[in-house]
Write a protein that binds this ligand. Sequence first.
Ligand code: AMP
Length: 566
Amino acid sequence: MTILGIDLGTTNSACAIWQDGKAKLIPNRLDKLLTPSVVGVDSNGEVVVGDIAKHRLISHPKETVSVFKRAMGTQQEFSLGKQRFTAVELSALILRNLKEDAENFTGEKIDQAVISVPAYFNDVQRKATKQAGELAGLQVERLINEPTAAAMVYGLHESADETQFMILDLGGGTFDVTLVEFFAGVMEVHASSGDNFLGGEDFTNFLVEKFLEANGLNINSLTIAERQHIYSILNDAKHALSARQTVVVEQSLKQQDKSWTLTREIFEEMAAPLLDRIRFPIEKTLRDSGASPSDISQVVLVGGATRMQTFRSLVTKMFRRMPSGHIDPDLVVAMGTAIQAGLKEKSSDLDDVVLTDVCPYSLGTGVLNHADRHGKQGNIFLPIIERNTTVPVSFERTVATAQDNQKVVSVGIYQGESRLVKNNIFLGDIEVKVPKAPKGKETITIRYSYDMNGLLEVDVTVDSTGLIVNKTIINSPDSLSEEDIKKSQEKLQHLKFHPRDTETNRALLARAERLYESSLDDRREYLGSLINDFEVLLEKQVLRDIEIGAKKIEAILDSIEKDTLF
Ligand code: AMP
């Protein structure tokens, strides 16, 4: 049984399998490793995919489409001659093509796949990708985040403990920045951010604009074919500039010969606004994760546009070191999907890697907006699990009744980022009875537990009576078997303790308190702040941070006890 690893890219796609203990890239029918993510229909009304379609982008622009990955999860339709297709259908055509190529290459029928998706893809976009796989006759065994796939190729999972990789993925149409961390045998996608509308194509568009400007031409005076031709020439110039200092673009347009000299310096100057948009998400990711550039052990480049020298020098300046790009940035994700496929096949040369993911959106509940006296805004969203939290995760928040003598509290369950509940996605609700009391007196504790398969468990406890009501929400019911659900539930069960209640943390605090009581002056003050900091950390409920914090405190307590400190 072979599972096909697939990188379904915005501009290009690629596939690979796990074979003889390594990732093996699969050449397509034209013997190329990259298949352009382009679909068209020919004069017979037949679908053409990949390189053949890409060539027709210029000659038959109305019968060819590209860059449709941006519309995944939307209802947008693309015209191909007389027919109309959604992004899911177009993606399915690419996937079917890759599946056929892989079957020809291996001589085996392939009906299972691991497909990569950008880390910021939301649930709807992920479902759309799965659907595309199913339409192509592939059972999607797992969706893997693109940066995670790349990190695996660079051997993050083989690194020593506590390694952090920064993955920068600048593709044709998207920029994706992710911090992937390896800690105690577990690989985590940490902070991820990016720009959904920034990619190599924007740099080419910039060049087209400047070229037309320099030659006194107006884009509106050009035919579609002329525009696409100019785009292609300047795209080639952009590529050439990755290897050379200067490129001369010579072109005959509207019966006039146009010549334009482009240097790296000019390009960098022109692209400054785009380079700023590259810098911001990198800085944000570092800020969100509390890491500094020197904490990052490797900066990994993914996506064709990371070949641009302007991009590389920006990254080198920011991290004060050269990024790692020795594996083809266009193929690294496909290789990573093959490693994941190998893991799924339970290949003996690949064990020990545990992958974790982040919850790509916030999950929370609605609370009354006291400031809104007329009740126009509705409830305010109270996040319980914040976006980008590593999963599996379990968090709780306590809320109080909003009215005098309230008998019932209805806990709405929502997904989204908006401040107002009505703009977020409603997932379900739980009603609990509370004893009558003045408003604010009765409290309930709402616990959300969420895992990688999209299973959200909500437990609501009425604090005064101890009544617990539970609800499980399955975000993608069709993708989970009974057994999967059971497994997930068991896993979540273990997470349902507040870290302040676990034995080790309680013992550590008790030890610190004891030492505090037996100390004086500076030592007592220091221990007091240590206890306080740890209690604050426990309230944040981030298990990994608690683990690190506990280790630090333990070491400090050890040295205080041995009298080596103070
Ligand atoms: P992807 O979506 O990863 O296939 O990214 C394709 C993008 O990378 C396109 O915008 C290409 O123009 C760009 N690209 C590919 N090769 C190069 C190169 N040598 N120099 C600059 N940009 C490149």
